[in-house]
Design a protein around this ligand. Structure first.
Ligand SMILES: [Zn+2]
Length: 136
């Protein structure tokens, strides 16, 4: 991979915006494969060429500024999806772990893990000190 490193020397390389452009390219390419409409193939060239141009660019300041704008635009979406991924993680942990039970703190939504089969217990949330009584 040394030729690649030499090629990329002094070039901007990858960032969040380029990853997004690549995903966009794959989506459009897939649309072309499914629909066989040439318009999707032409559209798919836009993000991929833009990505390559940004990757090999030597203007770091401009590329960084673009990425910053992109991050600013996507932040609300990430903020929206983060709790969802947290919920999914809790669910998956619940499935894997059969020695503990998982509860969600009703006041701060933190995940509380307690040992299984110890009867009815009072759980104190470590984050907000809220107390809940649950059967394990
Ligand atoms: Zn809490």
């Amino acid at each position: 991979m040394s030729w690649f490193r030499r090629l990329m020397y002094g070039r901007y390389g990858n960032d969040g915006l380029n990853t997004f452009l690549l995903i966009l390219y794959f989506i459009l390419a897939l649309m072309y494969v499914i629909t066989k409409l040439l318009v999707f193939w032409i559209l798919s060239l836009v993000p991929v060429l833009l990505m390559l141009w940004r990757m090999f660019s030597r203007n770091f300041a401009r590329r960084r500024a673009e990425n910053q704008v992109f991050s600013g635009l996507t932040k609300p979406f990430i903020r929206f999806f983060k709790p969802l991924s947290g919920m999914l993680k809790t669910k998956l942990a619940h499935v894997k772990d059969n020695t503990h039970r998982y509860f969600r703190c009703p006041s701060c939504k933190a995940t509380l893990r307690v040992p299984r089969n110890v009867g009815k217990i009072e759980i104190t949330c470590p984050a907000c000190k809220n107390k809940i009584t649950r059967k394990t």
